[in-house]
Each structure stands twice: as C-alpha cells, then as structure tokens.
Design a protein. Structure first.
Length: 369
C-alpha cells in the first residue's frame, strides 16, 4: 500500500459526514411517501398495539398458593355396619387443605383386624389345596393377603381346601354394595382460596373479592349467577365436568378445578378469573375410578394391636391454575429501524424517478436543499 493510501485510510476515521436532503415536488412520490407512513402508523397502532399488545411483556415470576377447606356431614344407618356419622375430619384426606385433596364417597370397612392365622380367600386360585404340601410354609400367596403356614384347611367334603395364611385377619370384606356409603357427599362444599403474587411488581391478588364478607361466604355457592363465589357444591362440580355424581361416587375419579387468571397489570391491576372443571381419569377403562386403602391402628384391652382397614373410593380434586399476566414492557419503538426502512424505500423511489447523481440536475421535480 502506498504512503498516500495509508494516510487517507488513517485520517478517514476522523472525517465527518452530513446528510444531504432532496426535496421532490412530484405529487405521486409525495403521496406514496405519506401512504407508506400511514401504513406503518396503522400497523403500529392497530396490529402491534391493539391486536398483539406487543408493548406488553409476560411476567413469569408468579407465586401462588391454594388453600382448600371442605365442609359437610353424612349419616347412614345400615344393618351391616350400624350407625355411621361422618364429618369433614373423617372424609377429607389429607386434612392439610392443599391444592390436591380427596373426598371419600364410598368405602369398604373391615374393623378389628389383627395379625393371626386364617384361611386365604377361597376365590384366589393360588391358595387352593388338597393337602398340606400344596401350601409351602413361609411362602407368600401370589396376589393373596398373607404368608402360608403349611396347613391346608379342608372345608368341603369334596377334598378341596384353602391354604391357611398368617395375615391381618379377618380378611377384607367383600366389595361394596351399589349404594354409596356417604350419601350426602353430593352436598359437601369446597372452599378454594387462591392467592397469587407478581413478585416483580409486588402486586397480590386473591379469588376472594375485598367486599365479600364472612356471612356472604357462608351462604354463597358458585353457579351461573354467582361466578365469583369461591365455594363449590361437590355435586355441581361433578355436573359441570360433564359427569353424574352417583355414578362417579361409587367407584371414584379425579376432577380438575382449573382457575384461569388473566391479569392486565397496566395502570390499575385488572384480573379476570375464570373457572373450568374437567374429569381427568378415564371412567371407561377396565380399571376406571379412584380408590386406595389405609388403616387406623389401636389396641384392645389386652394390649393387642388391632386395625380398621378401609378401602376408600372417592373424588380427588386437583386445583390447577393458569396465570396469564401482561404488563407494559420497557419498550422502545425501533425508530432507527423504521427510519432506515423508510429512507431505503425512498432512495429506491427517487433513484427510479431520476433524482440521483447526475440525473438530479436534469429533473426539474428534484430540488436540492
Ligand atoms: N367449605 C366451606 N363451605 C361453606 N362455607 C365455608 C367453607 N369453608 C369455609 N367456609 C366459611 O367461609 C368463611 C371463611 O372461612 P375461614 O376458613 O377463613 O374462616 P374460619 O373462621 O376458620 O372458618 P370455620 O371455622 O367455619 O372453618 C367462614 O364463615 C366459614 O364458615
């Protein structure tokens, strides 16, 4: 590189350029310019601002808590299990009041079980025997309830018997009747409290309106006429999910209570809350419904440990929430980008129109300013 080239290159970084404006009085170019400006303006106002609300941002730093409380009582006087009275402490599991809770609607109760020997269920083909050697001592019965003692208990005169087992005896009672045990479960009420907090903006919201008093809560029930009441009747919830309570209460199921928050945090915080209810388990499958077993342990007068086994059927409620929060972003309209686009377009137009280079002086509609 020659010495002159090098000096030109080095000094060029200290040069300062000014812009040169061209004014064209051609009405077609002017009209096109204004139409382009109008188009960009309309695009920004209508699409970017009104339709897309692109000036807003979504806040993902949302904290939320769900607290539930269930109330109701149920009484049943039956010939096989006697008087049975239930209140929420008995039929709600767990009692913590979380966003997932289970309401017992039906059960098979087997009281006074203790660890001793008894006959395995005769319905279990793996426990059928004709002699003691068919019941190897210490071996668990496949799909059974206990461990074989080595004795075959012959009950009938046909020589067929059932293996004796060491287990919690007596074994679990036979399946429940068609009638559900907690008949009044349909009328139980669920109170769902949901608090959400937008930690970035220190804004809190709850599904309970400030004006709602304790007496309102005592009497209100969620329904088409009172969509802002946070107390739901169990039977209605099941209906809203498109199911029949009596059918669902017999074998149990899972229902989702979905709380959909749509909050606009611009200016004043406005949140719209919408509830929807869906059944989550597949009631038509071979193993439909929802049940599990648990036991309550106690001792008799001699200090022997006993238990009351319960196979419970019921409805598990999952409270889920979707929160959509939009708020004005610290947005900057990309002015430089917009100007670049406009100027690029117009240089093309002017070029096409002959307003460039030497052609500038030959075209009377191009004025240099
Ligand atoms: N599942 C429910 N069904 C109907 N009302 C309810 C239910 N849960 C709570 N409430 C009522 O809503 C109001 C607010 O309940 P909150 O739990 O805040 O107060 P509380 O005094 O602890 O209620 P309580 O002692 O009655 O359980 C109370 O009047 C309460 O009786």
């Amino acid at each position: 590189m020659s010495q002159v080239d090098c000096r030109t290159l080095c000094f060029s970084i200290f040069y300062y350029k000014t812009q040169k404006y061209l004014l064209t009085t051609d009405i077609r170019v002017g009209l096109l310019y204004r139409l382009t400006q109008l188009g960009i303006l309309l695009y920004l106002l209508w699409w970017v601002f009104l339709e897309q609300k692109s000036y807003q941002t979504i806040d993902n730093s949302i904290e939320s808590s769900v607290i539930s409380k269930i109330k109701g009582t149920s009484y049943r006087n039956s010939s096989d299990s006697g008087n049975n009275f239930w209140d929420s402490t008995d039929f709600v599991l767990p009692s913590l009041g979380e966003n997932v809770f289970f309401i017992i609607t039906n059960l098979i109760m087997t009281p006074n079980q203790r660890q001793t020997t008894c006959a395995e269920s005769p319905k279990n083909p793996n426990a059928q025997c004709s002699q003691d050697s068919d019941c190897p001592k210490g071996k668990s019965v496949i799909r059974g309830n206990g461990v074989m003692t080595g004795n075959c208990l012959i009950a009938g005169g046909d020589g067929s018997g059932t293996c004796e087992i060491f287990a919690w005896c007596p074994l679990e009672n036979s399946p429940h009747s068609k009638k559900i045990v907690l008949e009044n479960a349909e009328n139980f009420t669920i109170y769902v409290k949901n608090h959400i907090r937008f930690s970035k903006f220190n804004i809190s919201k709850t599904n309970l309106r400030e004006a709602q008093s304790k007496s309102y809560l005592k009497s209100c029930r969620f329904g088409p006429d009172s969509m802002d009441c946070p107390i739901f009747r169990v039977g209605n919830l099941v209906n809203y999910s498109g199911n029949n309570f009596q059918a669902m209460a017999k074998d149990g199921g899972v229902i989702e209570i979905q709380m959909h928050w749509d909050c606009n945090l611009d200016f004043t915080t406005v949140c719209k809350l919408h509830y929807s209810f869906h059944r989550l388990d597949n009631s038509n499958s071979v193993s439909g419904g929802y049940n599990f077993r648990f036991a309550r342990y106690y001792q008799d007068a001699n200090g022997v440990e006993l238990r009351k086994l319960m196979k419970v059927y019921g409805i598990r409620f999952d409270v889920l929430h979707l929160i959509l929060a939009s708020i004005s972003a610290d947005w900057i309209i990309p002015c430089s980008l917009r100007d670049t686009v406009i100027s690029l377009c117009f240089s093309c137009i002017l070029h096409h129109h002959g307003c460039h280079g030497t052609a500038l002086h030959q075209n009377p509609s191009c004025v240099e300013v």
